[in-house]
Design a protein around this ligand. Structure first.
Ligand code: NAD
Ligand code: MG
Length: 388
C-alpha cells in the first residue's frame, strides 16, 4: 500500500500517553514522521526523543528550560518557548497529538484546530474547560477532533454506523464504562481512611499520576461525561456511566431500537492512539487484542453515587454549562496537586472541588480572556478551601 507520509507533532511527549504514542510511531515509521515534540520538566527524556526520531522542533516551558535542553543536545534543533511555542508547533504538523497534562494543554487544542489540523486529543481538560471555544475552532476547514481517551474513542467507533446528523437523534444514550478504580465496593466509612498510595494502585490501567487519582475519585468519569457532551454534541442527560471492572468494554452506544454497540479490547492506550493516527485506515498491530481461547467474564454494575459524589458534581457542571466545567476541572487540578504533595487527604479532594463550585458565578464563556479569568478564579477559591 502507498500513502503520503504524514507529519506528527507530539506535545506532552514524555508522559504516559506520550511514551505510548512514541511506541506506535516506532511501528509506523514509513507512514508517520515525528517532526516536533513538547514537554514540561523531563528535559533529558526530550533530548533522547530528539536523537531517536531526528525531531526538528521542540517546545519547552521557559528560556531556562531551553538553555538546559540545548546543552543536552548533540544536534541543532529549533526550540520554542511557552504557550506561544505550543500553539506554533500545534499549527505546523498534519496530525497533532495533545498529550499535555491539564489546562496547560489548551494552546495545543486551540492551535491545532484553528490551523485546520487533525487533533488526536488525550488532553480532556482543555476540551472540558474551553468547550464553546473549541466548538468554534472545530469549524475551521480541515480541522478534525479525534478522541484518544479510550471511552470516547470507543464511542467514536460505535457511532460510525450512525448517520452524522446533528446531535444523533437515533442515539438513546452513550454508556461510558468505568473500571470503578481501586476503591470500587468501599463504603463511605472506609473511604474516609483511603490514602494516596491506595489511590495510585489502579487495578487495570497504567497511567500518569493525576488521571490515576481522578480514576480513584471517579472525577475522571465525571470529566469524561463533560468530554462526551463536548465531543459528540449529546447532552449530559443522554450520557450514563456503567461500572465494568474488567476494562475490556471501553464504552457503548444505545440506539433508539434498543440495540447496544460496544468496542472491546484489552486495556492498552496504544490502540486508541493508533486509531486516531490512522483513521480512516486501521493500522495493523495487535495492541489490546483479546485472547478468546480462555474464558473471559464481563460484568456491569451501576456506580455508587453516594460514595463517589464527583459524578454528581460533574452532571451539575454540565447542567450549568458556560464556565462551570472549567471551574470543576481547575478546582480538581488544584485538589489533586495538593493530594500528590501530601497537603490534603484523599477524602478531601472532591470536598475541595465541591466547596469551590459553591463560589461559581454563571458565565457564558465567550472568549479566551474570560476562560483564563474563570480558571484563575476557580484556582484561587480551590486554594482557599485547601486551607480549611
Ligand atoms: P503525564 O503526567 O504522564 O504526562 C504529561 C505530559 O505533559 C508530560 O510529557 C509533561 O512533561 C507534559 N507537560 C506538563 N505540563 C506541560 C507544559 N506546561 N508544557 C508542555 N508539556 C507539559 O500524563 P498522562 O497520563 O500522559 O496524561 C496526559 C493527558 O492524557 C491528560 O489530560 C490525561 O487526562 C489524558 N489521558 C491519559 C490517559 C493515560 O492512560 N495516561 C488516558 C486517557 C486520557
Ligand atoms: Mg478514559
Amino acid at each position: 500500500m502507498s500513502y503520503a507520509r504524514q507529519s506528527v507533532a507530539l506535545l506532552g511527549a514524555t508522559g504516559s500517553i506520550g511514551v505510548q504514542t512514541l511506541d506506535v510511531l516506532r511501528h509506523e515509521r514509513e507512514r508517520f514522521e515525528l517532526v516536533s515534540i513538547a514537554g514540561g520538566e523531563q528535559l533529558s527524556e526530550l533530548a533522547a526523543i530528539v536523537e531517536e526520531f531526528d525531531v526538528k522542533r521542540v517546545a519547552v516551558k521557559s528560556d531556562a528550560h531551553r538553555s538546559t535542553l540545548r546543552e543536552l543536545l548533540s544536534r541543532s534543533v529549533e526550540i520554542v518557548v511557552g504557550d506561544e511555542g505550543l500553539s506554533e508547533l500545534a499549527a505546523s504538523a498534519d496530525i497533532v497529538v495533545n498529550a499535555v497534562l491539564g489546562f496547560a494543554g489548551l494552546p495545543v487544542t486551540l492551535g491545532a484546530l484553528r490551523a485546520g489540523k487533525r487533533l488526536a486529543l488525550a488532553n480532556k481538560e482543555s476540551l472540558i474547560a474551553a468547550a464553546p471555544l473549541v466548538a468554534a475552532a472545530r469549524e475551521t476547514p480541515g480541522a478534525q477532533l479525534l478522541p484518544v481517551d479510550s471511552e470516547h474513542c470507543a464511542i467514536h467507533q460505535c457511532l460510525a454506523s450512525s448517520p452524522a446528523r446533528a446531535h444523533y437523534p437515533d442515539v438513546t444514550r452513550l454508556l461510558l464504562t468505568a473500571s470503578g478504580g481501586p476503591f470500587r465496593g468501599w463504603s463511605e466509612e472506609q473511604l474516609k481512611g483511603a490514602t494516596k498510595e491506595d489511590a495510585l494502585r489502579h487495578p487495570t490501567w497504567s497511567m500518569g499520576a493525576k488521571i490515576t487519582i481522578d480514576s480513584s475519585t471517579l472525577m475522571n468519569k465525571g470529566l469524561e461525561v463533560l468530554e462526551a457532551t463536548a465531543l459528540f454534541g449529546i447532552e449530559a442527560e443522554r450520557v450514563d456511566v456503567v461500572v465494568h471492572p474488567q476494562s475490556i468494554v471501553h464504552s457503548m452506544v444505545e440506539y433508539v431500537d434498543g440495540s447496544v454497540l460496544a468496542q472491546l479490547s484489552r486495556p492498552d492506550m496504544r490502540l486508541p492512539i493508533a486509531y486516531c493516527l490512522g483513521l480512516p485506515d486501521r493500522l495493523a498491530h495487535s495492541f489490546g487484542a483479546i485472547d478468546f481461547s480462555t474464558s473471559l467474564e464481563l460484568t456491569f454494575e451501576p456506580p455508587d453515587r453516594a460514595a463517589f459524589p464527583a459524578l454528581t458534581l460533574a452532571y451539575e457542571a454540565a447542567r450549568l454549562g458556560g464556565a462551570a466545567p472549567a471551574w470543576l476541572s481547575a478546582a480538581n487540578e488544584v485538589a489533586v496537586g495538593a493530594l500528590l504533595e501530601d497537603r490534603i487527604r484523599w477524602c478531601d479532594v472532591v470536598a475541595v472541588v465541591a466547596a469551590t463550585m459553591d463560589h461559581y458565578v454563571a458565565d457564558p464563556l465567550d472568549s479566551l480572556a474570560s476562560l483564563h479569568e474563570n480558571d484563575d478564579a476557580a484556582r484561587r477559591w480551590a486554594a482557599a478551601s485547601l486551607e480549611r
